[in-house]
Design a protein. Structure first.
Length: 386
């Protein structure tokens, strides 16, 4: 298959893209590198494009036809979404609209979407099944749900078929392929524990140990990033063999308490991890665990790495090899990825790039004969990753 992976330079997308490539699919990663890392895209085509800009989306799709888009690009910090909902509507809904419009124009038949458990809000029943009413309690969940709604109506009107994968907490790494988790800022439990074990943070904080759970700490569902990546491939296969559009929860069904994860991190790393117990955070439900029965039954998905130790062990191995996360790319050195190719542009549109002395760059898109768009008026300003 010929597959576009948006957000493929990010944590989950880089693992998905690597597995697709290994099984023989043609993969093009489309990422604006706002959070992603060029070194997470090894040996694959990487197009730097921002989905919020329709002309860049169009340029990124050149050279098709494409059979599918796996859409992982987006913003995903709950707290940030509450403080700045406009960013989330722009990056998760407006950008999603530009992508779906391009999907429609190019008649790309399938979309697999990275949704989230945050669409459920505070569910009434656990394990959470897909029939649980979606009732997001923050703009992050609301914008993911809005994109799911767009998918439904685009199918109805234009025949785009889709799968939406609602993930819970994703963890682990693939150190053998040189892939790991490097979010900046880091907000996820396991990488934070590992940063404390490495002495990069002073201590680990548990938010509340008086919940109605066996050890008093919150219980969450964790899924290994490689199990998750495999689910994306199965979702694509499901669509390709004529399966209907569908929502699937992905989680390992069991759940681990925060204290269990903490103790596993101490065991796996063999290092001291100073612990502090603080007050509860508002809005944290005691137990959030998914039922992934539908994915097991219909996609044949089996999480093969369900133990939290396996997740921590793989993340730890990657982290020991990359204590500061992914390095900035170094052109010309042996392990640098291929320099991202500038995409062929739609007829009439030209792209011009200027690199400033400090390494920052400006990209201009212009229609010959018209005045070029400066960076503040439709151009793009970047940090000079590539
Ligand atoms: N990590 C988790 O535990 C988790 C859980 C549930 C859902 N998800 C969802 O999975 C997806 C991937 O998560 P992740 O942890 O890999 O995040 P990530 O931040 O590592 O990856 C997202 C990628 O999208 C890119 N991107 C963002 N906005 C873009 C834009 N406008 N145009 C082009 N590229 C853009 C970023 O540069 C980054 O490489 C997200 O959509 C997230 O909502 C993640």
């Amino acid at each position: 298959m010929r597959v576009l992976v948006t957000g493929g330079a990010g944590y989950i997308g880089s693992h998905v893209a690597a597995l697709l490539h290994e099984r023989g699919d043609r993969v093009r990663v489309v990422d604006n590198l706002s959070k992603g890392h060029p070194l997470a895209v090894r040996g694959l085509e990487l197009i730097q494009a921002d989905l919020r800009r329709p002309e860049e989306v169009e340029a990124a799709l050149a050279g098709g036809p494409w059979d599918a888009v796996i859409h992982l690009a987006g913003s995903s910090l709950v707290g940030e979404s509450v403080a700045n909902p406009a960013l989330y509507y722009e990056n998760n809904v407006v950008a999603g609209y530009h992508l779906l419009e391009a999907v429609r124009r190019h008649q790309i038949p399938y979309v697999v979407f990275s949704s989230t458990a945050a669409v459920y809000g505070e569910p009434e029943r656990v394990p959470i099944v897909e029939e649980e009413p979606a009732n997001p309690t923050n703009p992050y969940g609301a914008t993911k749900l809005a994109f799911e709604g767009m998918l439904r109506w685009y199918e109805e009107a234009y025949g785009v078929r889709w799968v939406s994968l609602r993930y819970f907490n994703v963890a682990g790494a693939d150190p053998d392929r040189g892939l790991g988790e490097d979010h900046r800022p880091e907000t996820h439990l396991i990488p934070i524990l590992l940063e404390v074990a490495l002495g990069q943070r002073p201590s680990f904080q548990i938010y509340g140990d008086d919940y109605p759970t066996p050890d008093g700490t919150c219980i969450r569902d964790y899924i290994h990033v490689l199990d998750l990546a495999e689910a994306h491939l199965l979702a694509l296969d499901h669509l390709a063999r004529g399966g209907p559009s569908r929502i699937y929860n992905l989680g390992n069904g069991a759940g681990f308490s925060v204290r269990e994860v903490y103790e596993a991190a101490v065991r796996v790393t063999g290092r001291p991890i100073p612990l502090e117990v603080g007050p509860r955070r508002p809005g944290d439900p005691p137990v959030l665990v998914a039922s992934a029965e539908r994915a097991r039954r219909e996609l044949g998905w089996v999480p093969r790495r369900p133990s939290v130790e396996a997740m921590i062990e793989s993340a730890w191995r990657w982290r020991l090899a990359h204590p500061q996360g992914y390095p900035a790319p170094s052109h010309g050195k042996p392990d640098s990825p291929a320099t991202p190719a500038a995409p062929p542009l739609p007829e009439g549109l030209a792209r011009r790039q200027e690199t400033k002395p400090d390494g920052r760059y400006l990209i201009y898109y212009e229609f010959p004969g018209k005045e070029s768009a400066g960076p503040g008026e439709g151009g793009e300003e970047g940090e000079g990753h590539v």
